[in-house]
Design a protein around this ligand. Structure first.
Ligand SMILES: [Zn+2]
Length: 178
């Protein structure tokens, strides 16, 4: 097991922008890749990671919801999606930014587990639904900034912190009025 550096744009566009290859061998090297992905995701404090984010062009993602055991999805694909919702999103491979994107409300995804058995994951209106679409995008060479409508919908973290400060100020004013 090992922590790998996270690939970032624009430097690592070659691996992040190329659709990844299907996994055909469910062997020890796959298990080792998944262990490295989990370590790297935890080290980077992510809630999900795709193999291209540690420089490996294979269709493997790990989902790590807070407080839950991470699980792997090999050759994942979205089978069905419906509904729309607007979310603020970030990505380990686009450090320092957040953006507003439209994601689906309901997502049904299928994949294989680490042994090659088919699994299905269903999520609705939660972080898991967002994570499934985000990570499956990664193995298709897509990144959330592709979904940002305009550059105005992308902020640096510094800008967001300033906005938060303004929010705090607003709350204090309300308190003063009471
Ligand atoms: Zn990402």
């Amino acid at each position: 097991m090992a922590v790998h550096p996270i690939t970032t744009l624009p430097r690592d566009a070659a691996v992040l922008r190329t659709p990844a290859k299907r996994v055909r061998n469910f062997d020890a090297s796959l298990r080792s890749l998944v262990a490295d992905m989990i370590d790297s995701m935890n080290a980077a404090h992510g809630v999900g990671i795709a193999a291209p984010q540690i420089g490996i062009g294979l269709r493997v993602i790990v989902v790590g919801m807070p407080g839950e055991r991470p699980f792997v999805m090999v050759n994942p694909e979205v089978v069905k999606r419906s509904g729309e919702r607007e979310l603020i999103e970030g990505c380990l491979s686009v450090p320092g930014y957040r953006g507003r994107v439209t994601r689906s409300t309901r997502v049904l995804a299928k994949a294989q587990d680490i042994s090659g058995r088919e699994i299905r994951v269903r999520a609705e209106d939660d972080l898991l639904a967002q994570c499934l679409e985000h990570e499956i995008d990664h193995v298709n060479g897509r990144v959330y900034i592709d979904h940002v409508q305009s550059i105005d919908e992308l902020w640096t973290l510094d800008e967001m912190i300033e906005d938060d400060q303004e929010d705090v100020d607003d709350e204090e004013e309300i308190d003063d009025d009471e």
